[in-house]
Design a protein around this ligand. Structure first.
Ligand code: AKG
Ligand code: FE2
Length: 233
């Protein structure tokens, strides 16, 4: 048995050594059948479950994270299987993930560089479905560097190639210090800035065409309201 809060040994072998601390990249974390099943479940959700944003649409499962605490909702069993499997890797300090954000990106869509903020345990785990993407990492804006232009280009650090069926785990500086985003493009040309390239099926110089990608972003929200919802009272 693992001690609570300890990262399991198997996960340590998947650390991306070419990136700052800490990114784990696990190719083929789930099978093709599991991928098809998860996509089927995502697309079974009723239309109002989707929120359309600019550049992506999303489903929120588990409750809405809030500074005063999340009114937590039980996850559906098709997600619970994976929140439990991933939590058993020890990435949430012995706690179990209680929140899942499903993001869908069509080719050409993406997400602006951002931080995930203080409402979550500082670990994000992502199961990737349907298409690859490149997740790009950026230095935060440094206001003391007034003479150096602070553009996305100058702040860009590296990218991680996430392939379908892979698991990505980000902690420490890769979660807390660097910003992450996805460019809204149709194709990705792989350069030597793809830090996990040697752990993927791709090679330097490859041009990968995006199709629709669905990501399951699995996290732990520590602050939960201890409320029993009583209907009809
Ligand atoms: O789709 C992804 O992998 C990234 C999503 C993300 O950054 C977020 O939901 O905060
Ligand atoms: Fe994010």
């Amino acid at each position: 048995m693992e001690k609570p809060g300890e990262i399991v040994k198997q996960l340590e072998t998947f650390v991306v050594k070419e990136a700052p601390s800490t990114a784990y990249y696990v190719p083929e974390f789930i099978s093709k059948d599991e991928e098809a099943y998860l996509l089927q479940q995502v697309y079974k959700a009723p239309k109002p479950k989707w929120t359309q944003l600019s550049g992506r649409r999303l489903q929120n499962w588990g409750g809405l994270p809030h500074p005063n605490g999340m009114l937590s909702e039980k996850l559906p069993s098709w997600l619970e299987k994976y929140t439990e499997k991933i939590s058993a890797l020890g990435v949430f300090s012995g706690k179990t993930a209680n929140h899942v954000l499903v993001n869908e990106y069509k080719p050409g869509e993406g997400i602006m560089p951002h931080e995930d903020g203080p409402l979550y345990h500082p670990t994000v785990t992502t199961i990737n479905l349907g298409s690859h993407t490149l997740l790009d990492f950026y230095h935060p804006i440094d206001n003391s560097q007034q003479d150096v232009p602070q553009t996305e280009k100058s702040r860009y650090l590296l990218s991680l190639l996430v392939e379908p069926r892979s698991l990505l785990v980000l902690q420490h500086d890769m979660y807390k210090y660097f910003l992450h985003g996805i460019q809204g493009v149709n194709q990705d040309i792989l350069t030597d800035r793809v830090a996990n390239l040697s752990a993927t099926n791709a090679s330097m110089g490859d041009c990968l065409t995006r199709s629709t990608r669905v990501s399951l972003t699995i996290r732990h929200v520590p602050k939960v309201l201890r409320t029993t919802v009583q209907l009809g009272k």
